[in-house]
Design a binder for this molecule. Structure first.
Ligand SMILES: *Cc1c(COP(=O)(O)O)cnc(C)c1O
Length: 373
């Protein structure tokens, strides 16, 4: 295949394989798809608990509701402050507002979608109740360091692992080092049931607050039996798929790193330290200074025409919300840079063959090089 145009890469998601087909067949046979209660949610809770080494697993309706519940579990309430990175998932900021607290935004590391701890001391006040921190685009937030800093000050760390289920950081599964961890089972995520989420903690008081808030004689933020059932086989496949995506991510990083126009946020030699295994929901690519004012929407549209799922990355929170709604610490210049220059490749691109990855890298470089003067 010499022309990527001739045969768009297969980026279909979710993957309906034999394991998923068998789940649907057995649900049809036993009727569990239509019941309030059954064995699937309990089994999912148990398997997630074992996998993450946490005492309590609470299933819920989405990653977004899981972040809200995590904030309530601290508890964070009106008048409190919550620190988060200025480059993060939008719903995390809105959730802080929803519980009545003030988001306090700190910068990310230069060229990386990961919280910089440099300004943390300036961000913390006596009203700081929690820090929400996300592992984004195959990067790890400095979760262990953060927990050490926050722990001695009585601040809870909410670890958003929605983009990195199954990833291993310092020997632990993403979502378990934080005081409470959050997973998403949304329709585009690495584990998917269309919608859904989970909370992971070993803190009994936090788990109890979530139970009190969500159980109202009926479950207020439920995950269904049908959703749990389709997640179970995906949990079995997760490590193998994460490993396959990692191999392709390294390959892609090797293809693109020597170039300056479009650079991976992770270089190949960065992401295999001992005891660390990343998960790629998105793969980050930075447009260099050779683009004065890059048009990410346009590049995305052109890449998608070639069958490559390249998108503008997340908008920076301080540039897309009224400054009355948050407090900024420092100039947030690195988050602003990502807002203009970061693009992400969707994970489905990373389940392609070795030769398809080479062709995709070549097509991407051709595309961006044709755009710089
Ligand atoms: C997707 C996502 C969420 C929210 O998950 P939903 O299940 O879609 O509500 C939260 N945080 C991050 C980092 C995400 O990528």
């Amino acid at each position: 295949m010499s022309d990527i145009n001739s045969q768009p890469i297969n980026t279909a998601w979710p993957i309906t394989d034999d394991a998923i087909r068998a789940v649907f067949e057995s649900m049809m046979a036993d009727g569990s798809w239509g019941r309030y209660h059954g064995p699937h949610c309990a089994r999912l809770q148990e398997e997630l608990g074992q996998m993450h080494g946490v005492e309590y697993v609470m299933l819920c309706s989405s990653g977004t509701s899981a972040v809200e519940l995590a904030l309530r579990s601290v508890p964070v309430s009106a008048g409190d402050e919550v620190i988060l990175a200025a480059y993060d998932f939008k719903a995390n900021l809105i959730n802080v507002l929803t519980v009545g607290a003030t988001p306090v935004l700190v910068d990310v590391l230069p060229g990386q979608p990961v919280m910089d701890l440099k300004n943390l001391d300036d961000a913390i006040t006596e009203r700081t109740k929690a820090i929400v921190v996300s592992h984004l685009h195959g990067h790890f937030a400095p979760i262990v360091e953060l927990r050490n800093i926050a722990g001695v000050r009585g601040i809870a760390v909410i670890e958003d692992a929605c983009q990195s289920p199954g990833a291993i950081i310092a020997g632990q599964r993403a979502g378990s080092p934080g005081d409470i961890g959050v997973l998403s089972f949304g329709g585009s995520k690495l584990l998917t049931s269309g919608r859904g989420g989970a909370l992971l903690t070993s803190n009994a008081a936090m788990a109890q607050r979530i139970k009190l808030y969500t159980q109202r004689g009926n479950e207020a933020y439920p995950l269904s039996e049908m959703q749990a059932a389709v997640l179970l086989p995906q949990l079995q496949q997760l490590d193998a798929r994460n490993a396959a995506r990692q191999i392709r991510a390294v390959q892609l990083a090797n293809c693109l790193s020597p170039q300056s126009v479009l650079k991976p946020t992770l270089t190949a030699d960065e992401f295999i330290p001992e005891l660390t295994r990343p998960a790629f929901y998105k793969f980050g690519l930075i447009l260099s200074g050779q683009f004065d004012s890059p048009d990410r929407e346009q590049l995305s549209a052109e890449a998608r025409k070639l069958g490559i799922p390249l998108d503008p990355a997340l908008p920076a929170l301080h540039l897309t919300h009224s400054s009355r709604r948050f407090r900024a610490v420092g100039d947030l210049i690195n988050a602003q840079n990502l807002h203009t220059r970061l693009m992400t490749l969707h994970h489905t691109a990373l389940l392609q063959s070795e030769s398809e990855i080479d062709e995709m890298a070549a097509a991407l470089l051709k595309l961006v090089n044709s755009r710089v003067s």
